[in-house]
Ligand binder design. Structure first.
Ligand SMILES: Cc1cc2nc3c(=O)[nH]c(=O)nc-3n(C[C@H](O)[C@H](O)[C@H](O)COP(=O)(O)OP(=O)(O)OC[C@H]3O[C@@H](n4cnc5c(N)ncnc54)[C@H](O)[C@@H]3O)c2cc1C
Length: 182
């Protein structure tokens, strides 16, 4: 048994080779982690990387003969189909860090301002009480549906409306409960 080993050097990073849709280089396609990486706590990197590789195959089939068209199409596919996952993960991580910081300092737990992060937080708190919300949350967790475009309209509104009550319920101990052990 070793001592505690830190998992350090984990960063959120996204590379775009065609900012504003205008390629700065052709003949180069960034895929999977070479395109973007985040904190690995959600365990989505391999699924998103494989999906990205499959879409690269599709774009190669149709655009390879024209380097400029290839670069523009690859940027568009990546920005439309992959970037929302990166943005949602970063927003969710920031909301989670703010939540941890509030728990650490004993202050009021903040409500995330980003709509996608707010929905994920609401889902996570409400899914223990509603099977539809649980299914919708698993669709998001399994990379089938983006938080911002969740198709479960009823689940989404139910999660948001139930969340304040669930927040008061507190599914995990707060500073007051844990400080008696310190
Ligand atoms: C600590 C941690 C835990 C994770 N846990 C999960 C998880 O539970 N589930 C999940 O889905 N994802 C997880 N991920 C993310 C996942 O590992 C990555 O998203 C995924 O491996 C990315 O695949 P990739 O092919 O883009 O890059 P990589 O898997 O990093 O592959 C890149 C390869 O290129 C090689 N290489 C680098 N430079 C050169 C060079 N110059 N010449 C030749 N070869 C080179 C490297 O040696 C490596 O083999 C985790 C990541 C980390 C860091």
């Amino acid at each position: 048994m070793t001592g505690i080993l830190p998992m350090a050097g984990i960063l959120d990073r996204c590379r775009r080779l065609a900012p504003d849709g205008r390629p700065v280089v052709t003949g180069l396609a960034v895929v999977a982690d070479a395109w973007a990486c985040t904190n690995p706590s959600l365990g989505r990197g391999i699924a998103l990387g494989l999906f990205h590789a499959k879409r690269l195959r599709d774009v190669i089939r149709t655009e390879l003969a024209d380097p400029h068209a290839f670069a523009v199409t690859w940027d568009s596919v990546t920005e439309t189909e992959l970037a929302p996952w990166y943005q949602a993960t970063v927003a969710g991580d920031r909301a989670r860090l703010a939540d941890i910081e509030a728990a650490r300092t004993g202050s009021e737990r903040p409500r995330p301002s980003d709509p996608a992060a707010a929905l994920v937080v609401a889902f996570a708190r409400a899914m223990a009480h509603d099977p539809d919300i649980f299914r919708a949350y698993m669709e998001i967790a399994g990379c089938l549906t983006l938080p911002a475009s969740c198709s479960h309209g009823r689940a989404s509104s139910t999660a948001s409306s139930r969340s304040p009550g669930v927040m008061r319920w507190r599914c995990h101990p707060g500073r007051r409960e844990t400080s008696c052990y310190g």
